[in-house]
Design a protein around this ligand. Sequence first.
Ligand code: BT5
Length: 237
Amino acid sequence: MINWKISKLEETASTNDEAQRAAERGAEEGLVIWALRQTAGRGRQGRLWESPDGNLACSIVLRPLSAQETYGEYSFVSALAAHDCVSGLLPPERGPQIALKWPNDVLVGGKKICGILLETGPGWIVAGIGINVASHPSGSTYPATCLLAEGMPARPLETVLDLLLSCVGRWADIRANKGFAPLREAWLERATRGNMTVKLGGETVKGEFVDIDERGALRLKLENGKQRVLSAGDVFL
Ligand code: BT5
């Protein structure tokens, strides 16, 4: 069980930066930095994450007892939690359209509703989670959507955050007690499959989704029939 301690800010550059500074100063597991808006929200690889008022931006400090090499598994803890949170907030008939895109985007009807940025250091993880609640960008590389546009009745952001944290707590407990296998299985149940293009560095790899391996890397079947395992990259469907 994680004891949550929420620190609410009107505005900050990036909640991940705030949480990282706190973690480096020894903040306990369960600290949540929540900002009503970010002025320099970060995506992966230096990309920008738009998080205006009305959307959820938070960063969670975790301190697993396991070795630092396994911290990447918390990217799946976060993705499963975000998926369950979004599923819990949208009308049940939207359920079949809610899916995960490797490694940790939550899509609704093929559009991105949530982004996750996991950063780690010795003894700490910062799981940054952004959920589009009231609005979403229109010109993003990957089409985007938000909870209100997908049929969620208006709700206070606190409700969204509380649900998200209870889902993170649940999946973090499963990870701590049973390891990565049940996360892998649950992730695969929610996965977007089929043909995909993965961009990594200057390279583009095309293939068909096979599964994820026991460490969470993406396994693709290439056109020549061979398999390729990718541990990073941006997936386009
Ligand atoms: C992500 O990066 O998806 C990770 C985003 C993590 C954001 C959270 S918010 C709380 C915490 N504090 C931070 O500073 N960050 C975390 P990536 O896969 O690189 O996607 C970024 C790309 O998505 C951008 O280049 C845009 O094209 C697009 N994008 C930007 N804002 C978006 C939004 N609100 N909704 C959907 N797509 C967006």
